[in-house]
Design a protein around this ligand. Structure first.
Ligand SMILES: [Zn+2]
Length: 75
């Protein structure tokens, strides 16, 4: 499980478009659970501007689908 201290490095890789699907899911799942990191990433995105399109990688919809499945299993 991703820890808060791991989020900055993962977020940088995400913004660089270098994050694999599995790591993106882990990051999104952490952000889903953790308001602090959500706020952190929101500020990072504001600082850096819009996140560039990540061609050839999993779409946000695909990540959301995986997250939704994870969420369903946790109940
Ligand atoms: Zn966190």
């Amino acid at each position: 499980m991703l820890k808060c201290r791991d989020v900055p490095a993962e977020a940088e890789a995400l913004l660089d478009g270098e994050l694999s699907l599995g790591r993106r899911v882990a990051l999104r799942f952490h952000l889903f659970m953790c308001g602090n990191c959500r706020r952190y990433l929101g500020q990072l995105r504001l600082l850096l501007g819009a996140v560039p399109q990540m061609h050839g990688q999993a779409s946000d919809e695909e990540v959301d689908q995986v997250l939704k499945r994870l969420h369903d299993h946790s109940h």
